[in-house]
Design a binder for this molecule. Structure first.
Ligand code: NDP
Length: 349
């Protein structure tokens, strides 16, 4: 079976491609330029047999994906869309976050519908828990856990007006997911849509990284910034959200969504457990004594920052859809593997 995946240089996408290769899928993956595909093949020579690359410099350009679909003689069976800006150092919320996320999703859906052929079965969209949670209430939504019925209330106007990169990112994920569901309702394409909504993703890295600042945003603020000199005092560090999921679980959810009919036309929340600055510090200090001089101790018993009581998550749908073998990598293993991956990279820089 043949899969088209967008954003191959991404942290999560590299894991998705690795799984697709292991499971024998023929994979066509988009990157922005030939130099990016060369660095992916250099890191993963085993991919050469199963993966070919196509070049899409900017997913938000009108017709961005048309050539990809026109030039495939045998059409794709599945599509996985992961490319979207994950960058908090932006200049303009609309141009740098909203437009690429929303337009990029719509361009791909349009191309798949108009040019992709009738054999496309499933379109999997990597959305986010921020499309579900309430940006204004996430730390105090007492009473009940979030479910797939919930939607972030953030609006485009609010995000543009505040020019907050966090609110802009939340809006970009919510509005691009909403645009995808609206496209399904209005255009009625021949394929089904599955949306994956993971919380903060950490884990070992398979994507090309040429220096410390090139580590993906979530591994940076939730892990590496604790021992790269950025955070001095743990008690003053705050996270945008306080739950996480391991990248390997996120990748597996995407591939299972191609194979499991029950995943069709569903949003699926992915959350493993709580993550807080103090928990991260405690676990890294426990497993990596060589990092003690690079990481502040904080207050090991004060797990949640003062005043933070994050809303819980109902994860039952992921278990229901993905079945008996489904489970989540816990924080300790996820962090240990992430730190090992960073330390391996540090040796090369
Ligand atoms: P990365 O920054 O590692 O990957 C983003 C990918 O999108 C890169 O391949 C990037 O290409 C590509 N991309 C971004 N904008 C464009 C554009 N305009 N045109 C072409 N390609 C573009 O991020 P992650 O792997 O962490 O994120 C991947 C997806 O997962 C995103 O949709 C994100 O919203 C979602 N997500 C991430 C979470 C996290 O904690 N990391 C949590 C929940 C959801 P290039 O490298 O060339 O710039």
């Amino acid at each position: 079976k043949k899969v088209f995946v967008t954003g191959a240089t991404g942290f999560i996408c590299a894991h998705i491609i690795q799984l697709l290769v292991e499971r024998g899928y023929q994979t066509i993956a988009s990157v922005r330029s030939p130099s990016k595909s060369e660095s992916l093949f250099a890191l993963h020579p085993a991919w050469k047999e199963h993966v070919s690359f196509v070049y899409v410099p900017d997913i938000a350009t009108p017709g961005a994906f048309d050539d990809v679909f026109k030039s495939e003689k045998v059409g794709f069976d599945y599509i996985i869309h992961t490319a979207s800006p994950v960058n908090f150092a932006i200049e303009d919320v609309k141009e740098d976050l909203l437009k690429p996320a929303i337009q990029g999703t719509l361009e791909l859906m349009k191309a798949a519908h108009n040019l992709g052929g009738p054999q496309i079965k499933t379109f999997v969209l990597l959305s986010s828990a921020v499309a579900v949670l309430d940006s204004a209430q996430d730390m105090s939504f007492a009473g009940r856990d979030y479910t797939e019925e919930d939607w972030n209330t953030v609006t485009e106007e609010e995000a543009i007006k505040t020019q907050s990169s966090l609110l802009g990112y939340n809006a970009s994920k919510k509005l691009s997911e909403q645009a995808a569901w609206d496209f399904m309702a209005s255009q009625k394409p021949g394929f089904t849509l599955t949306v994956i909504n993971p919380d903060i993703i950490i884990g070992p890295m398979l994507q090309p990284i040429d220096g410390p600042r090139a580590i993906n945003e979530s591994n940076l603020f939730a892990v590496y910034d604790f021992f790269n000199g950025k955070y001095k005092d743990v008690e003053f560090v705050s996270f945008p959200f306080y739950h996480f999921v391991d990248v390997r679980d996120v990748a597996l959810a995407h591939v299972l969504s191609l194979e499991i009919p029950k995943a069709a036309n569903q949003r699926i929340i992915l959350v493993s457990d709580l993550i807080t600055p103090q928990l991260v510090v405690n676990i890294i200090r426990k497993h990596f004594p060589q990092l003690h001089n690079r990481i502040a101790e904080g207050n090991p018993d004060q797990i949640l920052p003062k005043g933070v009581h994050p809303t819980g998550w109902n994860r039952s749908k992921s278990f229901e859809i993905f079945g008996d073998g489904w489970g989540y990598v816990g924080l300790e293993k996820s962090l240990v593997d992430t730190v090992k991956s960073i330390l391996d990279l540090e040796k090369k820089w």
